[in-house]
Design a protein around this ligand. Structure first.
Ligand SMILES: Cc1cc2nc3c(=O)[nH]c(=O)nc-3n(C[C@H](O)[C@H](O)[C@H](O)COP(=O)(O)OP(=O)(O)OC[C@H]3O[C@@H](n4cnc5c(N)ncnc54)[C@H](O)[C@@H]3O)c2cc1C
Ligand code: SF4
Length: 490
């Protein structure tokens, strides 16, 4: 009889449904020993795996072992596994002689992406991929045309936070209630840490993300009913009093395999069709779920295992201790301090703090992309190799020479000041780039451009910004200031 081995991110029914034989799940301690993960992430993954094991009962052998290999080698008979989500895991199952089934949990099949990419001569525009996916899956499509008359509502979805508001005022996200399995996980993690076996970053706290299919569906329903209508307009905005804004918080359950992206997109479409949510919000959300998420998955495989080591900007700096340890108190830069503190508490912040604060700071300071990838992977509850490598190497650190994104995502303090309420209570001034009050992002932006002048002068989306360097009378002073500051917490 063939055993199907389920990895810890293959926890939904679609990873089992066609299989009638025995099932195996392995809780490998070595995974936690190798890397210092966020405590909330370790808790979520173990809780989700153990909940799934409890549901599947006698059908599933739940093996606690030191390594995957030792658990799988002892099995009688053949072993099959749905295509794992990392190069390392794929290599392992191949070495162990497992039969690998096609991937699940993504909307577009690998072959379709590769066929599309073949005809693109290296220009892998997400927008084109996404429109094809909408047509292929019939999502938000009316007889071949986009629902609502447009493919893209980005223009409506980039509003700054509402003036004077401290929160968006939408209902709170759905929160889980912990149970005995969570209590057991907490005890185990405390013990492992006490024994010096495993170390974590971040704080322990109530589990915030779904660990079962039932919880994931409840979270999705709650989001679609109460928060999706507001998703679009302020998607990119940041308010200190409202960490969640109108985001869905479903990356973690989707990446654990508890929800399938097509069911999520279809659920959102229903809300539009029934008049419960406006097209701009629904399109903006569907774009993330079957556009960006799938695109990133395919880029991971398309670029090959070596992609993670690309370093087109030759950034070799080390992540400083204060940042690595999520120490928000170490810095006076209000935006960084607040964001690091949120990561320490939840293991989650939304897309813009990841991209335009944490990622942008790493890019400006010239930290090695491999280190940045590893840090994000460990610090975020939804971080997995497939999603982190393209988001860091391609999107946030522009380390692939622009193969994924045509220009780097970084900015001075002016952008942060427009899109957030951080700057008002900061000791730095976003308009000042040199001197005591110089905003580290405003100075860092020009410092970064100056270091890479030659690379970006030839990029038509960056050449204007590069020419701006020549208008800065205080550039030499700025460069000296930032050379001195380097990795010291601002
Ligand atoms: C530097 C950086 C690191 C990131 N790391 C991760 C990560 O480890 N895991 C992860 O799932 N997402 C990652 N993202 C993408 C995105 O920030 C998160 O998916 C999102 O913030 C999760 O919150 P949410 O579920 O409320 O998302 P929403 O804003 O509600 O968006 C809906 C869904 O869209 C998907 N999505 C949107 N953009 C992306 C993207 N670029 N890559 C993959 N999925 C996307 C996610 O599944 C998300 O749940 C990263 C982005 C950046 C810039
Ligand atoms: S002034 Fe600069 S450092 Fe301070 S919050 Fe604004 S962007 Fe961040």
């Amino acid at each position: 009889m063939t055993t199907r081995w389920l990895f810890g991110d293959q926890l939904g029914p679609h990873f089992v449904d066609d299989h009638r034989g025995p099932l195996l799940m392995v809780e490998a301690r070595s995974v936690f020993r190798r890397r210092r993960f966020h405590r909330a992430k370790a808790h979520l993954v173990l809780s989700a795996m153990r909940h799934r094991a409890a549901q599947l009962g006698d059908r599933l052998a739940y093996v606690k072992a030191d390594t995957y290999g030792e658990a799988v080698r002892d099995l009688d008979g053949d072993v099959e596994v749905v295509h794992p989500t990392s190069y390392a895991a794929l290599g392992l199952v191949e070495r162990l002689g497992c039969r690998v089934l096609p991937p699940r949990g993504f909307a577009t099949p690998r072959e379709d992406f590769e066929r599309w990419a073949d005809g693109r001569r290296g220009k892998l525009l997400m927008e084109d991929f996404y429109r094809r996916a909408r047509l292929a899956h019939g999502v938000l499509v009316d007889g071949g045309d986009p629902a609502g008359g447009q493919w893209n509502f980005d223009h409506d979805n980039r509003e700054p936070p509402p003036k004077g508001a401290t929160t968006l005022g939408v209902s709170d996200p759905w929160w889980p209630t912990e149970d005995d399995i969570d209590a057991e996980v907490r005890e185990d993690l405390d013990r492992w840490e006490r024994d010096g076996d495993v170390q974590f970053i971040g704080r322990d706290g109530d589990r915030r993300f779904p660990a079962t299919r039932r919880e994931a569906l409840a979270a999705l329903d709650h989001f679609v009913e109460h928060r999706l209508p507001e998703f679009g307009a302020h998607e990119d905005a940041i308010l200190e009093g409202d960490p969640w804004m109108a985001h869905s918080l479903i990356s973690a359950p989707m990446n654990l395999g508890l929800l399938d992206p097509l069911e999520v997109a279809e659920r959102a479409e229903e809300a539009y069709r029934s008049g419960a949510a406006p097209i701009a919000s629904v399109e903006g959300f569907v774009r993330q779920v079957i556009g960006w998420r799938d695109y990133v998955w395919h880029v991971y495989w398309h670029m090959g295992d070596g992609y993670r080591r690309e370093n087109g900007l030759r950034a070799t700096g080390r992540i400083p201790q204060w940042f690595a340890e999520l120490d928000g108190d170490a810095t006076d830069a209000r935006c960084l301090s607040h964001t690091l503190d949120q990561v320490a508490t939840y293991g989650w912040v939304h897309h813009i703090p990841r991209l335009m604060l944490l990622g942008s700071y790493a890019l400006q300071r010239g930290w090695a992309p491999t280190q940045v990838t590893d840090w994000f992977h460990r610090a975020f509850v939804d971080g997995y190799d497939w999603v982190m490598v393209p988001n860091i190497v391609g999107m946030s650190q522009h380390a692939d020479g622009g193969r994924m994104m045509t220009k780097p995502y970084t900015s001075g303090g002016a952008y942060i000041n427009t899109m957030s309420d951080h700057c008002g209570s900061c000791r730095f001034d976003p308009k000042v780039r040199v001197g005591e009050n110089a905003c580290p992002f405003s100075a860092g932006y020009w410092w970064f451009l100056d270091r890479h002048r030659e690379t970006f002068e030839a990029n038509h989306r960056m050449s204007r910004a590069v020419r701006g360097l020549d208008r800065l009378k205080d550039l030499a002073e700025l460069v000296e200031q930032e050379d001195r500051r380097g990795n010291r917490a601002p």
